[in-house]
Write a protein that binds this ligand. Structure first.
Ligand SMILES: [Zn+2]
Length: 250
């Protein structure tokens, strides 16, 4: 068998990142250890959840599930050094890519003014036959557009100061990084923070229990992917990202 392709280290010369994902737990299935590394370097990282994952537990009605999952996400974020978690409370499972979603995400980006925007994998699969989920694809595509929209004062201008809103345009996003993409060519060393990442996934206790996967161990699960990625970066553990440069001239 061919050796898997080597991965390039991610650029870490930035100060602020905003992670925009569809559901609570999306960051914790692989990317949270990277976030822990970055907050440990003194970087600021914020989380935006487009839904509250309220349709994610079969035995729990969404009206009750919403609060449970938001609380688990806030704790999970706290474990990796993330203090700010925004919930946009869009409907779980039936998100639509389009202008309304771009408007919401543009407001988030203008509010947070990040250098890097991180989202989850939004390719059709996770590699091989494992299909991706509709909300992930809708959010990822809208994130790419919203990064561009944010810098254009003529798009969603009602959000801007002097025009009914209180935000300013923000054209400072250098790149969008999609965590866990099967087309990742970059990765970050998570060896030092791997265990913190496992703890942050375990914080989704009600969700994990609701999945009903018998004998499923969050640590073992993350270890499989983390080691395989680490091997391609030349370290023990790593998290993979697909990089979309957003600045002109990059
Ligand atoms: Zn998800």
């Amino acid at each position: 068998m061919d050796q898997p392709a080597p991965l390039e280290p991610l650029d870490e010369t930035w100060e602020r990142a905003l992670c925009i994902v569809a559901h609570p737990d999306d960051m914790e299935f692989g990317a949270a250890a990277a976030v822990a590394r970055w907050t440990g370097q003194g970087k600021h990282v914020g989380y935006t959840m487009v839904t509250s994952g309220e349709a994610g537990i079969d035995g729990l009605h969404p009206d009750e599930c919403r609060a449970v999952r938001e609380a688990e996400q806030v704790e999970s974020a706290r474990i990796v050094g993330v203090e700010v978690v925004d919930f946009l409370r869009q409907p779980d499972g039936i998100l639509e890519y389009g202008v309304p979603m771009r408007r919401l995400l543009t407001a988030e980006i203008r509010r947070h003014r990040p250098d890097i925007v991180i989202t989850g994998n939004f390719r059709d699969t996770f590699g091989g036959p494992m299909l991706n989920q509709a909300d992930h694809i809708a959010v990822g595509k809208a994130v790419l557009d919203a990064v561009r929209d944010s810098g254009n004062r003529w798009i969603f201008s009602e959000q801007l100061s002097g025009q009914g809103g209180e935000l300013e345009p923000w054209g400072g996003v250098r790149a969008v990084w999609a965590a866990g993409s099967p087309q990742s060519a970059h990765a970050v060393d998570t060896t030092e923070t791997f265990n913190v990442g496992v703890e942050s996934l375990k914080a989704h206790a009600a969700y994990i229990e609701g999945l009903g996967w018998e004998n499923w161990d969050p640590g073992e699960f993350l270890e499989g992917f983390g080691r395989a990625t680490g091997q391609r970066l030349g370290v023990a553990f790593a998290a993979p990202f697909e990089v979309f440069p957003m600045g002109w001239g990059d």
